[in-house]
Design a protein around this ligand. Structure first.
Ligand code: NYM
Length: 214
């Protein structure tokens, strides 16, 4: 009989808008496949689910919701994906996730409407990432990469506030790895791949935890 499959790693990417997460997560997925490491991509918000459709119309400015309501919707959008994510990880596939609860907290806290404890509460007990890669980039560099698309939050002054909230969240979190995302793409990819290969190895010997911020 075959032995039990070692689990995959839960790797989360965080950063302000236009920090390069999406292209690097795609590159990473390809690099893992090329090494024979099973991996899959996921992004939050998942705009395809019922909560995701509401979130999407909020972000596009078609719908107004209070800061509390949109915060809880973003969190629900993660909770509804949890059992599927757990199955994927337990089947041995590494999950590469573009934004997670850290974005949830950083963007709401940046509005100044709620304190960090309130912002963290709805995501307490989510699947705990093995690694959080934070793409650090000055807002001026991010903004110069491409025009902001006009969605809610895509303003330099607001992104500045989000960036300081991310910095606070990373303090003292041993899973948090800061990657300088203002460098050329190949250098970022190399740094990311090194961190992720280590996390994939580590995850094989550690149980999957469901105690984010508990
Ligand atoms: N966002 C994303 C939040 O405000 N809270 C969350 O929990 C998550 C996951 O949604 N500006 C914000 C950050 C982005 C926007 O994300 C949509 P993306 O990565 O542009 O699709």
């Amino acid at each position: 009989m075959m032995g039990k499959q070692p689990r995959g790693a839960l790797v989360v990417f965080e950063g302000i808008d236009r920090s390069g997460k999406t292209s690097q997560t795609n590159l990473l997925n390809g690099a893992l496949s090329a090494r024979g490491i099973p991996s899959a991509l996921r992004r939050f918000p998942d705009r395809t689910t019922p909560t995701g459709l509401l979130i999407s119309s909020y972000l596009e400015g078609q719908k107004n919701l209070s800061d509390q309501v949109i915060h809880l919707l973003f969190s629900s959008n993660r909770w509804e994906a949890t059992s599927e994510m757990k199955e994927t990880l337990e089947s041995g596939t590494t999950l590469i996730v573009d934004r997670y609860a850290y974005s949830g907290v950083a963007y709401t806290a940046a509005k100044g409407a709620a304190d960090l404890d309130w912002c963290k509460a709805p995501d307490r007990g989510l699947l705990t990432p093995d690694l959080v890669i934070y793409f650090d980039i000055p807002t001026s560099v991010a903004a110069s990469r491409a025009e902001y698309g006009g969605e809610r939050y895509e303003k330099v002054e607001f992104q500045e506030k989000v960036r300081s909230q991310f910095a606070k969240l990373g303090e003292g979190d041993k899973r948090w790895a800061i990657v300088d995302a203002a460098r050329p793409g190949e250098d970022i990819h190399e740094a990311v791949l090194g961190l992720v290969l280590e996390a994939v190895e580590r995850a094989k010997n550690e149980p999957l935890r469901e105690d984010l911020w508990v």
